[in-house]
Design a protein around this ligand. Structure first.
Ligand code: PRP
Ligand code: URA
Length: 208
């Protein structure tokens, strides 16, 4: 499955502000949220719709609606929670799971500290959120845990993806569709995406 990289002048504009090291926490958070809404629109392009009868102020007509019970959003803590608002604004009734994970700064291996997902996860399309897909270690661990919990259809939404992370996920889980707003050049020697935007968690929460 090809990665879906969203291309739009507005996305390029927002990404330029996001990447700029002078951009402060408030604006950074707002843009992460906006870009996440765009990603959500794209991820829902194949959503199943049911016909409904409605009545406009003028007459009766038919409409189509999607079933929010078919979805679960699962942010990877911490930075993934910065994307959640943007998705909830589009689909306020989706159930939400959380996977707590951080990268060991020396080994770059993910360390999991929390895992809680909706109990009927096997009946839902699972949309995983993490702004950065770098080595792919965290994404891979999240996908494997979700599959162990019974998830059958998983989509991975990120703001920036590195080729190394994309390759890792695609090799092991070719069924998982990745959506991003940019595919960057590479990782540097300490596992950061180049050009990237720095540490997403620190910039969202203002911790550095
Ligand atoms: C960042 C990011 C991903 C991970 C990506 O989280 O949000 O979860 O790194 O790297 P990987 O693809 O090489 O695994 P981080 O470990 O900095 O934790 P945080 O969200 O708590 O800041
Ligand atoms: N995590 C981040 O927050 N940024 C990167 O560039 C890589 C991993």
């Amino acid at each position: 499955m090809e990665v879906i990289e969203l291309k739009h002048p507005l996305i390029s504009h927002k990404l330029a502000i996001l990447r700029d090291k002078r951009t402060g926490t408030k604006e950074f958070r707002e843009i992460i949220s906006e870009l996440s809404s765009f990603l959500c629109y794209e991820a829902l392009r194949d959503a199943k719709l049911s016909d409904v009868e409605i009545e406009t102020p003028i007459c009766k007509t038919k409409g189509q609606m999607l079933n929010e019970d078919n979805y679960a959003f699962v942010p990877i803590l911490r930075a993934g929670t910065g994307m959640l608002d943007g998705l909830i604004s589009v689909m306020p009734n989706a159930k939400i799971g959380h996977i707590g994970m951080y990268r060991n700064e020396e080994t770059l291996e993910p360390v999991r500290y929390y895992y809680k997902v909706p109990k009927d996860i096997e009946n839902r399309e699972v949309i995983v959120l993490d702004p950065m897909l770098a080595t792919g270690g965290s994404g891979l661990d999240a996908i494997e845990s979700l599959k162990k919990s019974g998830a059958k259809k998983i989509k991975f939404l990120c703001i920036i993806a590195a080729p190394e992370g994309i390759k890792k996920i695609q090799e092991k889980h070719p069924d998982v569709q990745i959506y991003c707003t940019a595919i960057d050049e590479k990782l540097n020697e300490i596992g950061y995406i180049v050009p990237g935007l720095g540490d997403a968690g620190d910039r969202i929460f203002g911790t550095k």
